[in-house]
Write a protein that binds this ligand. Structure first.
Ligand code: A3D
Length: 320
């Protein structure tokens, strides 16, 4: 059986980490694409030279020409610019929208059958624009955010309870902004919902509220520490989990920015919701019932995504 081909558009911090993880997990051969000459070639060669030490087989190719992504099975997009301290994700929209146009055209021409995962911020608007520019069917393109946001929440919870991260599940919905919606009653330790754990005295409501808030601002916390860019290890790991579910038809249930056409009362937008990822891409969108509070939070988050989509349409009227 031929190896899968995984194209990484953007060979920066996340792109390089993705390339390394693809090798370590033997998911396939890698094409690292970037407009910067030498960076994808250098990173690809460096990782290929680590393969004999770690004992994995994968071919690496650095590229500056979209022709090299031809026939890719999976494409993960990180091309664009990340945040610096003081910037919101939304400040990136002007530059990254142009990048999505170039990337979308490249995908349309060379890899229209790929399953595409977008990571570029502001996430929910960029994945929406990338779908329009690439013309991909909506079930073949998703945005990575919820897996990362849930992982951050799970990390904080596991630390607080002093239990394995493996036994903590978390449920974060909505847009990938500071008004994302962590749903505590659907988040558990080995199946026990967080509100029950508060009643059992494992933590207090105040501490739980603080962890929810820290999750919402989790990206900014890393930006402020790094000062030169944004998080890359956890974002890369999260996108790999999504790619793996597609490549191995695992049918994992993961929170991702998916195209909604009426679900949750939302139309023609990508918003973070639980989905099943299998060999056909997005195989199911899971619609959970909200409490009045949760509904309010979700609607606020959707309104921010709508604002970003509207801004894209203003910048590029072809998207309207
Ligand atoms: P960085 O290390 O700057 O890498 C971006 C790469 O994109 C650079 O190597 C650039 O040369 C390249 N690039 C720029 N323009 C183009 C183009 N037109 N075509 C191809 N390549 C291009 O950034 P990073 O890897 O740290 O982050 C990448 C993106 O992910 C940023 O937009 C971040 O904001 C975003 N991000 C999203 C999340 C989410 O959870 C959604 C988390 C962390 C970062």
């Amino acid at each position: 059986m031929a190896r899968k081909k995984i194209a990484l558009i953007g060979a920066g911090q996340i792109g390089g980490t993705l390339a390394h993880l693809v090798g370590l997990k033997e998911l396939g051969d890698v094409v690292l694409f970037d407009i910067a000459e030498g960076i994808p070639q250098g990173k690809g060669l460096d990782i290929a030279e680590s393969a004999p030490v770690d004992g994995f087989d994968a071919k690496y190719k650095g590229a500056n020409d979209y022709a090299d992504i031809a026939g890719a099975d999976v494409i993960i997009v990180t091309a664009g610019v990340p945040r610096k301290p003081g910037m919101s994700r939304d400040d990136l929209i002007g530059i990254n929208l142009k990048v999505m146009e170039a990337v979308g055209n490249g995908i349309k021409q060379y890899a229209p059958n790929a399953f595409v995962i977008c990571i570029t911020n502001p996430l929910d608007a960029m994945v929406w624009a990338l779908q329009k520019f690439s013309g991909l069917p909506p079930e073949k393109i998703v945005g990575m955010a919820g897996v990362l946001d849930s992982a951050r929440f799970r990390h904080f919870l596991a630390e607080e309870f002093n239990v394995s991260v493996e036994d903590v599940t978390a449920f974060v919905l909505g847009g990938h902004g500071d008004d994302m919606v962590p749903l505590v009653r659907y988040s558990t330790v080995a199946g026990v919902p967080l509100p029950d754990l508060v009643k059992m005295g494992w933590t207090t409501q105040e501490k739980l509220d603080a962890m929810v808030e820290r999750t919402r601002k989790g990206g900014g916390e890393i930006v402020n520490l790094l000062k030169t860019g944004s998080a890359f290890y956890a974002p890369a790991a999260s996108a790999i989990a999504m790619a793996e579910s597609y490549l191995k038809d695992k049918k994992r249930v993961l929170p991702c920015a998916a195209y909604l056409s009426g679900q949750y009362g939302v139309n023609d937008m990508f918003v973070g919701v639980p989905i099943v990822i299998g060999e056909n891409g997005v195989e199911r969108i899971v619609e959970v019932a909200f409490s009045a509070d949760e509904k309010g939070m979700f609607e606020k988050s959707v309104a921010s995504v709508q604002g970003l989509v509207d801004a894209c349409k203003q910048i590029n009227p072809a998207l309207a």
